[in-house]
Design a protein around this ligand. Structure first.
Ligand SMILES: C[S@@+](CC[C@H](N)C(=O)[O-])C[C@H]1O[C@@H](n2cnc3c(N)ncnc32)[C@H](O)[C@@H]1O
Ligand code: SF4
Length: 370
């Protein structure tokens, strides 16, 4: 399986925690950006004609901020130049307050069948502090426009003063909106973003506090029928994201647009974060890449372990052994013994026990040492 990621680097304003390639001041470049994106789609599509792609993910930034004709155009262009599976999952990211009936109609007509809404928190004072452009009520209006569709919501953990009760109420709001999938991210205070100051001033929750809230949230979501299928991702069975699952399986994907990353043919590469550089590269028929790494055999093995251990299912031992001509239980004997209390170990799968998933990084590193 392989996926296509398209990056839309435009937002109405910048949220205090966000370090993604999203530029409120560049909205005058939407038209030229899409013209170049369509060219990049054509070029990559021709190059990768022999591969079948099963998912398309339109992320950002805020894809729902641009006129729907641009998003529709991007999907039509993908359909024209890529070889696609019949059973396509097509996701678009949406910011509450930017959706209307016309957009929903256009999205559905072109085949978009999954909608990922950035809620972050159900509390208006927190949304304001994060410089979000919407309220909790706008989220419900947005869900109403998408009634009956496959809706996912993003929420953040670790906000200043955030309580367990607030996270539960935020989840209740998602459920009231008909959400079937929740991505719950621990807030990362990136250097250079305004929220970093809050972090330095000790205003954000500590790692231990976040771990505690995460655990309570996990149990609460379970009670509501949401299964944790990856560290940060919860779904009503049947609503797991195919696109993200492919990342954790170390599947191939092609990223198109500013800042998009790709993993194809044992190579990982990333496009420039700068819109002007991107436009110039495409206009002069050059690859807009700024970095490219070939993944060697040992890296590929470690990546497979690292990504699989984030998932509920864990490492598929037989698949691993056949892909790398390895004997997992012999090769990783030391790491397995050292971490035995934290792991579910069977002949076929190795996964981290649910209650230790939040501290998975330390466990994963042990497999690097073998
Ligand atoms: C790049 S955003 C795009 C979604 C959309 N623009 C929105 O914000 O509504 C995808 C998600 O990443 C998460 N995110 C962004 N910055 C983050 C940070 N510093 N720490 C943790 N999660 C973050 C947010 O939950 C956000 O919804
Ligand atoms: S709307 Fe999303 S992409 Fe845009 S600044 Fe906020 S978090 Fe970042």
């Amino acid at each position: 399986m392989a996926g296509i990621y398209i990056h839309i680097p435009f937002c109405r304003s910048k949220c205090t925690y966000c370090d993604f390639a999203s530029y409120p001041r560049e909205l005058n470049k939407v038209e030229s950006y899409f013209a170049c994106l369509y060219r990049e789609i054509e070029g990559r599509g021709r190059e990768l004609k022999d591969r079948v792609f099963s998912t398309i993910y339109i992320g950002g930034g805020t894809p729902s901020i641009v006129e729907p004709k641009f998003i529709v155009g991007a999907i039509r262009q993908i359909k024209k130049f890529f070889t696609l599976d019949k059973d396509l999952e097509i996701t678009v990211e949406i910011n509450p307050g930017t959706l209307d009936e016309e957009k929903v109609k256009a999205y559905k007509q072109v085949g978009i069948n999954r909608f990922s809404i950035g809620l972050q928190t159900g509390y208006d004072d927190q949304l304001k502090r994060l410089n979000r452009i919407h309220t909790a009520k706008d989220f419900l209006i947005c869900c109403n426009l998408l009634k009956g569709e496959n809706i996912s919501a993003d929420i953040l953990l670790g906000l200043a003063g955030q309580t367990e009760e607030q996270v539960k109420k935020t989840i209740d709001l998602c459920i009231a909106g008909g959400v079937k999938h929740i991505s719950s991210y621990a807030l990362t205070p990136e250097v250079g973003t305004p929220i970093y100051t809050d972090y330095l001033n000790g205003e954000l929750l500590s790692d231990d506090e976040v771990a505690d809230i995460y655990d309570k949230m996990r149990a609460y979501l379970k009670g509501k029928g949401f299964n944790r299928y990856e560290v940060s991702n919860f779904a009503i069975p049947g609503y797991e994201s195919k696109h993200n699952y492919n990342y954790w399986q170390r599947g191939e994907y092609i990223g198109l647009g500013v800042s998009a990353s790709s993993h194809i043919n044992n190579r990982r590469f990333t496009n420039t974060y700068n819109i002007d550089e991107y436009l110039t590269a495409i206009i002069y028929n050059k690859a807009p890449e700024i970095s490219s790494d070939v993944i060697d055999f040992e890296d590929a093995k470690f990546e497979t372990i690292m990504l699989a251990l984030r998932t509920e299912k864990g490492i598929d031992v037989k698949k691993f052994n056949s892909e790398f001509d390895a004997d997992f239980f012999v090769e990783y004997k030391k790491a397995l013994e050292k971490n035995r209390p934290y792991l579910n170990i069977s002949e076929d799968f190795i996964s981290i026990k649910e209650e230790y998933l939040y501290v998975e990084n330390g466990i994963i590193l042990e497999f690097m040492k073998k």
